[in-house]
Ligand binder design. Structure first.
Ligand SMILES: Cc1ncc(COP(=O)(O)O)c(C=O)c1O
Length: 495
């Protein structure tokens, strides 16, 4: 196929060029009915292609024309059997993968450090989680990936698992041994689903980790918007092989799509695919070089460590995405949150995320040398002996935790109910500090990095209460609980 084509973007441009007089949604009628302030800011072009699925513009739910063509181009570019454009991120991709592969009550093996959207997949599908413990690096205070050995041991110990689900790469760019894991899953006769939200670029450069489909995954999702040039919310779901029923997959994809998809988003996927297929390798080479150079410059700063190839081969670190730079600041006595705040307030540099010990800087095809220089300057200033500490002084949280060791992630609690049943059960609110022993009915996810500490159906342990209490004191935002201050927690009413 001719990968320089953008069939979907083209039909939108043709529609605009033909000067059609619109009597259809969206109500702003190509911007004419929109309030001036937003219209002027966005510009007429973007509004002109914010159209609806009328004749000639195809239907994302039942693609037969230009969208089918654009998805076929994406499938070829990613060496997939089928690719689907998603407009609700990898969040919907996780939900679709689980609903496709599992029926209510069936078991799925998945890592404890899955993104919270995987919990949405469990709740919607009614599947039963068999948690796998990721490898942990205590020095970096970071969860890595699941090993093939853990997958094999889980499948052997727990009969009846119907699918294996893996997150690779992690938020920090650590990739799993997906070929090894695919071999194990397939030996046990189950499909491998991969949350490859952070790896939409892998397929297009040999210096990046092997991509999930090539490694043998049956389904995988890519947040195209995270690392490539498409708009926020866009993602792709790829399928390969014969372990997944394609009719069921197609039916479930439809359930998750609006009947009024934003066509600007759809076109941006078409264009991002073309960009990768035609220039991806060159663009990514520049990005990888810039990231590697910046990592070396940061590593030359006193008190700063940015992990790299020396970590490869450690448990759960099969390979690395060099375009992610994890800046470990703990030697400076700051938490990652504090460092992130200082970088933003003083140097106008915004990182992708912060955690207790680290700030994460994302390098993509859109990152410039000037931006990289600014990051290095900010981090250098952060590390100065005579750094100003009047406004943003270290909070002492890090020191307290290092002394007590309480920064360790809590153990996986006992599962007392299926997540879907607990989520939908009769519930009540109890004081969080007195909730140990109760069955949790909500997901509690310190954000970032967005990994649930406790989920519906699990018993709240004293260790979890203590851990979340510390996270709160460190200023971490809690996503998921009804009471965002976490003074109370929703639990299942027990007889
Ligand atoms: C590992 C992982 N999976 C899935 C998601 C959800 O992706 P999206 O924001 O595209 O919905 C994220 C978001 O950060 C993620 O980190």
């Amino acid at each position: 196929m001719d990968q320089s084509r953008t069939p979907y973007f083209d039909v939108l441009l043709d529609y605009v060029d033909s000067g059609v007089i619109p009597f259809h949604t969206p109500g702003h009628m190509q911007g004419r009915g929109m309030d001036r302030a937003l219209r002027d800011f966005l510009g007429d072009n973007v509004l002109a292609i914010d159209l609806t699925q009328i004749r000639g513009l195809d239907d994302l739910l039942q693609p037969e024309e230009a969208i089918a063509d654009a998805q076929a181009l994406a499938a070829e570019a990613y060496a997939a059997d089928h690719s689907f454009f998603l407009i609700n991120g990898s969040t919907s991709g996780n939900q679709i993968m689980m609903m496709t592969a599992l029926n209510p009550g069936e078991k799925i093996a998945l890592p404890r450090n899955s993104h919270k959207s995987a919990m949405g997949g469990l709740i919607m599908s009614g599947a039963y989680p068999v948690w796998m413990k990721p490898e942990v690096d205590d020095a970096l205070h970071m969860d890595h990936t699941i090993t093939p050995e853990t997958v094999a041991a889980t499948l052997a110990a727990e009969p009846g698992i119907r699918a294996v689900y893996i997150v690779s790469p992690t938020y920090y760019g650590v990739a799993a041994d997906l070929e090894g894991i695919a071999a194990v899953a397939h030996e046990f006769g189950v499909p491998l689903l991969v949350d490859e939200a952070w790896g939409p670029h892998f397929h297009f450069h040999p210096a990046l980790p092997i991509d999930a489909l090539e490694a043998g995954a049956d389904l995988c999702i890519n947040s195209t918007h995270k690392m490539l040039g498409s708009l926020s919310q866009t993602a792709m779901l790829h399928h390969k092989g014969d372990r997944i029923r394609v009719d069921r997959l197609k039916a479930i994809v439809k359930l998750f799509l609006s009947t009024s998809p934003n066509l600007v988003l759809v076109a941006s996927l078409d264009v991002a695919r073309k960009q990768m297929a035609t220039e991806g390798s060159a663009l990514l080479s520049r990005t990888i070089d810039l990231a590697n150079d910046t990592r070396a410059r940061l590593n030359a700063i006193d008190g700063i460590y940015c992990f790299g190839d020396e970590q490869v081969g450690k448990p759960g670190v099969f390979d690395l995405d060099p375009t992610k730079i994890t800046i470990t600041v703990k030697e400076l006595g700051y938490t990652g949150y504090e460092a992130e705040e200082i970088l933003r307030r003083r140097y106008n540099v915004q990182c992708e995320l912060a955690d207790l010990f680290n700030c994460l800087a994302l390098f993509t095809i859109g990152t410039t040398q000037e931006s990289a220089d600014r990051l290095v300057y900010g981090v250098k200033e952060l590390s100065r002996e005579d750094r100003p500490i009047d406004v943003f002084s270290p909070s002492g949280v890090l020191e307290r935790r290092l002394q007590t060791g309480t920064y360790n992630l809590p153990s996986i609690p006992p599962i007392r109910m299926n997540p879907r049943e607990a989520f939908l059960a009769d519930t009540e609110f109890v004081r969080f500090k007195e909730s140990a022993g109760r069955i949790c009915a909500e997901v509690i996810t310190p954000y970032p990095p967005g990994i649930p500490v406790i989920s519906p159906g699990e018993e709240i342990t004293p260790e979890i209460v203590a851990y979340l209490d510390l996270e709160k004191k460190a200023g971490v935002r809690m996503q998921g609980p009804y009471d965002s201050e976490l003074r109370s927690i929703r639990v299942v009413v027990e007889a």
